[in-house]
Design a binder for this molecule. Sequence first.
Ligand SMILES: C[S@@+](CC[C@H](N)C(=O)[O-])C[C@H]1O[C@@H](n2cnc3c(N)ncnc32)[C@H](O)[C@@H]1O
Length: 222
Amino acid sequence: MMKRIPEPDLMNGDKQALAYANADFNEPHSLFIELFRQTFSYTNIQGHVLDLGCGPADISIRFANTYPRCLLEGVDGSKNMLKHGREAVIKQKLERRVDLICGYLPKAQLPRAHYDVIISNSLLHHLTDPMILWDMIKKYTTDNTSVFIMDLMRPDSLQAARQLVGDYAATEPAILQEDFLNSLCASYRVDEVTEQLQKAGLGMLKIRAVTDRHFIVCGRLG
Ligand SMILES: C[S@@+](CC[C@H](N)C(=O)[O-])C[C@H]1O[C@@H](n2cnc3c(N)ncnc32)[C@H](O)[C@@H]1O
């Protein structure tokens, strides 16, 4: 089994943020929205939504377009990522519904005490301590909050990680291929996340692998 190799938490480099903002994440990001929709199909999704580690806001924007009765706050510690995010929000004419906040988790000051929905994609593997994400979730949820987290799963070996980069990012610029490899090596396995959830007292959330490289954690606390 490959040991986890952490990567820097914030994605603040100019080139890194630009490459990430311009990358084509249509497949995983539409899967994120589709799986959210399936998970909470019985619920009327509306109200205040928090997107933790929103980066250039592609998921925030897709979510806002899917659920027009939601107001979103995205938070990220990278000014460069948020610069691209704000441009994208303006382009989509969503300034009134999507607000991007620069803040470093877990200290970031958020405008609301609780949210109706909390989403996060590909933040967990960046955090210096994974419990930061689960503590944020406990702090900002009520029993009725819909929680939906997606992240990468660490493959068994470096060779398997390289294979995934070849399978899914072969045509991307070198900087993105390198980011993807580093992220796969920094990500957690399902058994490790299950342990984190137990430790956080969040064992009621469900975890499952949804592709050869992604898992989701979802549900409600109540
Ligand atoms: C891989 S990107 C994912 C961005 C976005 N969620 C998406 O799916 O496109 C991870 C983001 O988390 C941010 N991040 C990592 N650690 C953070 C922290 N402690 N506080 C705030 N943002 C953080 C990074 O700056 C980066 O924008």
